[in-house]
Design a protein around this ligand. Sequence first.
Ligand code: FAD
Length: 236
Amino acid sequence: MDTFTDSGTLSGPTVLRPGDAGYEEETPGFQLAFDQRPDLVVPAARPEDVAAAVRYAAGRGLRVGVHATGHGLPGARRGGLLVTTRRLDRLTVDPVARTVRVGAGVRWGAVVAAAAPHGLAPLNGSAPSVGVVGYTPGGGLGLLAREFGWAADHVRSLDVVTADGRLRHVTAETEPDLYWGLLGGGPGLGVVIGLETALVPVRTLTAARSPTTGGWWTRRPCCAPGPSGHGPCRPA
Ligand SMILES: Cc1cc2nc3c(=O)[nH]c(=O)nc-3n(C[C@H](O)[C@H](O)[C@H](O)COP(=O)(O)OP(=O)(O)OC[C@H]3O[C@@H](n4cnc5c(N)ncnc54)[C@H](O)[C@@H]3O)c2cc1C
C-alpha cells in the first residue's frame, strides 16, 4: 500500500497495487465473470482523492476506470487506474424540495429507504444494489418509467472531476454541454462525485412480473389504468 499526490510524491489518497493488502478485496465488483487487474486502485474517500487520482493518471497516460458497485465493467479492467467510490456514501433528502443529494457510492436501496418516510420515491431500477451514479447517466429506466420517464431527465446537478482534474459543479444552466453529455451519454466524460436528483410523490407501489414475457407491471394505488387497461395512469 502506498499514497500519492497528483505530483507523485507521498501523502494524499491511498493507492493499492497488485500484491498489496486490500487490493484483492477492493478490485472485484458484482460482476465476477471478468477478472479485473488494474495497475493501481484508489479507494476514494473524498472528492479530492478522485481529483488527485485523475491528475496522476493524466500525467502518466493511464486509463481511468471507476466503479461504485461493479454491476457494470469499469474502463481500467486490465492495467490503468481504477477509482472505487463506495466510500463516497453521503445521502441527504430534502423533503420540501423533493430532492436527494447522493455521493457516487450510494446505492438505490439506501435512497428508497431514506425517501419513503417522506412519502417520496426515487426513479430507481429493479435492483436496490445498483449504484445511483452508475445507473443515471446511462438513462435509467425504472419501475416508474411509464409515469415519470427516464431517471436522467430528473437530475438537477452533478459534481464531476473532468480529465483535467478539475472538480466542476454542473447544471443545465452553468455547463449545458457537459450536463447533457453526462446525462444519457453514459460514463466517460469524467468521474462523477455525486449528483442531486428529484424524488417523486409515491407512497406505495404494486409490482408483478409477467411469467410469459418477463416484463414488469407496476401501478400506483392512486391511479387507475388507461382505457386500454395499460398505462399511462390517470387519477383514480
Ligand atoms: C441486477 C441488475 C438490475 C438492473 N436493473 C436495471 C433497471 O431496472 N433499469 C436500468 O436502467 N438499468 C438496470 N441495470 C443496469 C444498471 O443500471 C447499470 O449496469 C449501471 O451502470 C450499474 O451502475 P453501478 O454503479 O451499480 O455499477 P458500476 O459497475 O459501479 O458502474 C457502471 C458503469 O458506470 C461507470 N461509473 C460508475 N461510477 C461512476 C462515476 N462515479 N463516475 C463516472 N462513471 C461511473 C463505471 O465505470 C461503469 O462503466 C441493472 C443491472 C443489474 C446488474
